[in-house]
Ligand binder design. Sequence first.
Ligand code: SAM
Ligand code: SF4
Length: 442
Amino acid sequence: MNRPPLKRFYVKSFGCQMNGYDGERMSELLEAEGMIAAEDAATADLVVLNTCHIREKAAEKVYSEIGRLKRADGTSPMITLAGCVAQAEGAEVLARTKMVDIVVGPQAYHHLPELIHQAASGKVVDIDMPVESKFDKLPARKKVGPTAFLTVQEGCDKFCTYCVVPYTRGAEISRPFSRIINEAHALVDKGAREITLLGQNVNAWSGEDDAGRPQGLEGLIRALDKISGLERIRYMTSHPNDMSEGLIEAHGDIKKLMPFLHLPVQSGSNRILKAMNRAHTTESYLSLLQRLREVRPDIALSGDFIVGFPGETEQDFQETLDLISEVRYAMAFSFAYSPRPGTPAADMDNQIDQGVSKERLQRLQALLNTHQLEFNQQTIGRKTDILIERAGKKLGQMIGKSPWLQSVIIEAPVKIGDMVAVELSEAGPNSIRGRQTESVMA
Ligand code: SAM
Ligand code: SF4
C-alpha cells in the first residue's frame, strides 16, 4: 500500500512503569527521525500500541484498541504493536488482525525507524532479543518532568509459575553503572528532581563502579545520592529474595532515598508460595520488613497480591488476609489470578472458579483499603515536602507526592516541579490534603 510520508506519531502505553519508560524512549526515537508527536491517535500517521501481557484482560484489550483505530473513511494509520503482547504473540498478531503493520518486541524497539522503512513494502515482525543493548542505540533523553523513570534492570530469571515476564522480557540483565549515572545526570540537567529506578527485579541489579568494584543496587543508589540537584530517589519493583542487608541499611542512612518500598509477596500461605515458585516464605518476608522498620520506622510498605492461584483454599486465603493485617500496607496492588498460556500454573489441574476468586479479591481489597486509609490518617499533622507533579481537578489545586508516595492536594500558587513545604491536614483513602507552610524555595 502506498502511504503518504509519516509525519505525526502517537504512542500509547499500557501496563507497568517499564512500559511507560519504553513508550517515552520510542517517542524520543521517532522525534529524532524528524517526526512530531500527534495530540491523539485520530490525527496520527503512525500509532504505536505499547502493550501488556501480564493478565488476559490486559492482552485482550489490545485487539479492541486496534479496531478503534479504523477511521470513518475506512483508512487507518500505520499501526505498530509493541511491548509484551507483541513479544508473546509475534507473527500470530498478523493472523488475528490485518490492521497491524509492524510487530516489535520490548527488546527490539530501537529498530523502529528501520522497521517503519521496511513496512512500506510489507508487514514486518521483529521479536528478536538482540545481544546489543537497545539502550546504547537510543537518542539522548529529551522530555523530562520533575519526576523521571530510569530503567536500570530488565528481564527476570525467577520463573514464578504464574508469570509471563521471563518469556516476554527475557533473561535478567543489568545496565552498566556508568551508563545509568550518565543518564541520571542528563535527567537532572533537564529538570528531574526525583528519579525512580525501574526493573522487573530492580533490587537484583548488579554491576561494577568506575573503579571496577562490584556493586549492588545500594552502591548505585549511593552514587546517585552524590548528584547535586537530584533530591529524591525511589526504586521498583523488588523481589524479597534480592533484598540485601546493604540495601536495607541504605534506607536508614541515605536521606534522598524515599521512605517507601514496593515489595510484593503475592500470598500469605507458604503452601501457595511454594506452588508459585516464589522461593521465600511468609516468615522470611516478615523478618525483612521488621529489619526495614528498624532502620526506617516510618517506611511506607506496598505489595502485590494474587488471589485464586490454582489450589488456593479458604485457609490459604485467610493466611493472606492475616499477613496483610500484620503488615498494614500503605498501598497495594491486587489481582485475581489469570492463567497465562505457556506458564506452568496455567496447566495446573486445580484451577479456582472465577466467581470464588472475584469474591476473595473483593474481601482482600476491602481490607487493603482500610489499611491505606489508616496509613494516610497516621500521617496527618506531619510537616513534610511534596514535589508538585500536576494540576488538580479544581481551579487552583495542585498535586504533589509526599515522601511516602501519597498524592497530596494543596491550594497554593505553586507550579509543577516546585518542592513545597506542607503540613498534611486531611486524609482520604486515595489522597491527602495539605497546607503550604513556607514559600517555595527554588
Ligand atoms: N517482578 C515483580 C515481582 O516479582 O513481584 C512483579 C512483576 S509483575 C509485572 C506485576 C504483578 O502482576 C505481580 O507482582 C503479580 O502480582 C501480578 N501478576 C503477574 N502474573 C499474574 C497472573 N498470571 N495473574 C494475576 N496477576 C499476575
Ligand atoms: Fe514475574 Fe516472578 Fe519474575 Fe516478578 S519475580 S517478574 S512475578 S517471574
